[in-house]
Design a protein around this ligand. Structure first.
Ligand SMILES: N[C@@H]1[C@@H](O)[C@H](O)[C@@H](COP(=O)(O)O)O[C@@H]1O
Length: 260
């Protein structure tokens, strides 16, 4: 696992956009897995700016959703489908047929989950998966004690996650209790995992993810099992890392051609 400590969220967004730009040069039709939440927005802003100034060609890129609320009416502005269309697909100038996600309004949720895992595999698998992290260490919507081998499935949100996400809704009662999320096993199949965490509120979860044991209690710690995982953190989110100086030294001395 590579840990990169950056000055702030904007620098994190630029660094990860560099990584995506490199991927798209090597593989123009790469499948990019995207997360929602506030944290990845600087990545999408940086990437969009490069597409608009012509330095990155994302016209053949494909976008895959990480998770979804269950039961929101189709087209609800806070469904993750709507959010990803608004924050990623449209700004990058892509069409809806370059985008895939699980169906959160399916009558048979289990079948929708299995269909999404199958669709991801048939699309050739995710090349680069962007991840955020919950305050409790969740990735996607894999709450603590999710199986490290889990596949895409329905989960029940913790009260803490509903409270954290209530800011996107008029009131907490509107935050669904159930979600569909790529499983941890599904996420680990992506070729490159890139987790961005910013702010003091993520410092404890980051420390446990990077320096704690691999444990279902901290779902993001599963990144330790992946051969190519990059954790990008700002100074505040890095504040509880014991090996912060080592991580700084390693990245400062990394040959630039290696990228993330
Ligand atoms: N399902 C999403 C996660 O993918 C995201 O990482 C998390 C943190 O969001 P934020 O980046 O806003 O803190 O929120 C939700 O739970």
């Amino acid at each position: 696992m590579e840990v990169v400590i950056v000055k702030d969220a904007k620098a994190g967004g630029e660094l990860i956009a560099d990584g995506i730009a490199g991927l798209l040069r090597r593989k123009p039709d790469a499948l990019l897995g995207v997360a929602t939440g506030s944290t990845p927005l600087p990545i999408y802003d940086a990437l969009t700016a490069r597409v608009r100034d012509g330095s990155v060609d994302a016209s053949r890129a494909r976008i895959a959703q990480l998770d979804e609320y269950v039961g929101l009416p189709a087209g609800h502005p806070e469904s993750y489908r709507s959010t990803v269309l608004r924050q990623v697909v449209e700004p990058l100038g892509l069409s809806a047929d370059q985008f895939m996600g699980p169906d959160g309004s399916a009558e048979d949720v289990q079948a929708a989950c299995e269909a999404y895992d199958k669709a991801l595999a048939e699309a050739g698998g995710v090349d680069l998966q962007i991840l955020g992290i919950g305050t409790d260490g969740h990735i996607g919507f894999n709450e603590p004690c999710s199986s490290l081998a889990s596949r895409t499935r329905i989960k029940t949100l913790t009260e803490q996650t509903r409270v954290d996400n209530a800011r996107f809704f008029d009131d907490i009662e509107q935050v669904p209790h159930h979600v569909i999320t790529q499983g941890i096993g599904t996420i680990l199949e992506a070729r490159h995992l890139v987790l961005l965490a910013t702010g003091e509120g993520k410092a404890e979860a980051v420390a446990q993810t990077v320096e704690g044991p691999v444990a279902a209690l901290v779902p993001a710690s599963a990144l330790q099992l992946h051969p190519h995982a990059t954790v990008v953190v700002d100074e505040a989110a890095a504040s509880k890392l014991k090996l912060a100086d080592y991580f700084r030294h390693t990245f400062a001395n990394k040959p630039a051609w290696q990228g993330i």
